[in-house]
Design a protein around this ligand. Sequence first.
Ligand SMILES: C[S@@+](CC[C@H](N)C(=O)[O-])C[C@H]1O[C@@H](n2cnc3c(N)ncnc32)[C@H](O)[C@@H]1O
Length: 434
Amino acid sequence: MASRSESVVGDRTRRRPVHADDSAAAGHDRPDTVVRTRGFSPDRGYGRRDGPRPTGDRPKTPATAAATDRSGATVRLIATTNRGFESVSTDEVAGLVSASPSVVWPGAIAFEGDESTLYRLHARARTINRVLVEVAAGPVDGLDDVAALVGTATIPEYVAPGRPFAVRSTRHGDHPFTSMDVADRVGRATIDAVRAAGGDLPVDLDDPDTILRVFVREDYAWLAVDVTGGRSLHRRGYRTVEHEAPLRPTMAAALCRLAGVDDGTSVLDPTCGCGAIPIEAALLARDRPPVPDRQFAFDAVPFADVDQFRAVRDDHPTRGRCPPIRGIDVEDRWIAGAHRNAAAAGVDDDVAFELGDATATTPSADLVIADLPFGVRTDGTGLDTLYRGLFDALGDEPERVVVFTARDDLVPVEPTRRLDVRHGRLDAAVLIVE
Ligand SMILES: C[S@@+](CC[C@H](N)C(=O)[O-])C[C@H]1O[C@@H](n2cnc3c(N)ncnc32)[C@H](O)[C@@H]1O
C-alpha cells in the first residue's frame, strides 16, 4: 500500500504543529488515522449567538434568501467512496450519469453534474458514501487562506439560507491549526457571506439541515455542501443485525460490481456473515434502490428539490427476475442475522442462506464473492485451513472469484487482478481470480 504522504504547510503564523490527521466531523467518513474531536461548543456557534433553532416546518427558500436559481446549471460534485475502490465508483458514476470522474484524494472522486445528477446518484449509486456540491477549492498556506476560500464563491448560490447549519472539517497533513480551527473560521466566514446577501444561517451543531464540509489535505482545501446529509449512504436501512466484523454495504456492492453481478449470474458468498454481499447482489441484480425511503439533504442547496428526487427514484422499473444467490456461514447466529437483514431489505425471496462449512461445500455458482475472515475481530485460528480448503472446494467451477481479505498471503492462487484497499485501519486487498 502506498503510505500517506505528509508535508508541512509553511505558515508564517505557526502556533503549534498538529501532526495527526484530525477531524471536527461528527459522523463523517473520515480517514483512518483521524483523531476525532467534537465540533464546537454550541455556546460558541462560530462566535455568534444565532438565537433558537427554528421549529416546525422549515421554509424551503426563506424570504431573505438571495439564492440564485442554478437549476440546470453545471456544478462540480465530489463523491466520497471507500479507499481503494475509487476505480469502481468512477465506473459506476460514469455509467449512471455520463460523467467523467477523476480521483481528487484517496477515497474521493470529482466530476461535473447538475441537479439531476444529484437525484440519480442518491437514487441508484451503490458504491459511494456521500455526494457533495463543491463550493470552492484552492491551494492554502495557513488558516486565513482556508477561510478566504469562502469569499471566492457566491455562497448563496450553494448554501440555502435560513436552515440550521454546521461545518464539519477533516484535516490531513501537518498544519499549525486543528480541524476545529478550520470549522470555526469557515463557519464565521460563511455566515458573514450569507448575511451580506440579506439572509441568515442559524447554527445547529447537533442536528443541522445544511452541512458544509471542509477538507484540508496538505496544502489544498475543498469546501463542499453535503447533499447526502448526516447519514452516509453506506448506512443501509436493512442492517438490523450487525456482524462483529461487518463489511460496509458500499464495499459489498463494489465487490459485486467487480464480480460482474447481473440478472443472469448465480452468486455464492461462502462466508456470508449477516449477508451484506448476498443482499447487495440481489439489490443489484434486480436494480432496486440501495437506500429506499431515506431523506437526503436536498434542501441544503438552493437549486435542488426533494420532490424531483422522489420522482426520479420512483420512476425506475426494477427487474423482475433474480438469479440464484446463496450465502453460507458456519455460525448459526450469523445465518439468523442474514435472514433478518434480507427480510428488512425485501430480498428474502431472492437469497437463500444456509448453515455450513465453506470448505466442505460443492459450490455451483458463476460468481463467488467472499469477505473472508482474517482474524482481527474474528477467531484467527485455522485460517490457513479455511483459505486452502475453500479454494480446493471451488476448483475451476466459478467463472470469477472475488475475495476481500487482509490476509492475502493465505490465498493459495494467483489473482488475475488486485486492488489495494483500506478496511478501517487495516490494509486489505480485493483479489479477483478468473
Ligand atoms: C468477515 S465475516 C463476514 C461478514 C459479512 N460480510 C458481513 O458483513 O456480515 C467472515 C465470516 O466467515 C464465517 N466463517 C468462518 N469460517 C467459515 C467456514 N469454514 N465456512 C463458512 N463460514 C465460515 C464466520 O462465521 C464469519 O461470519
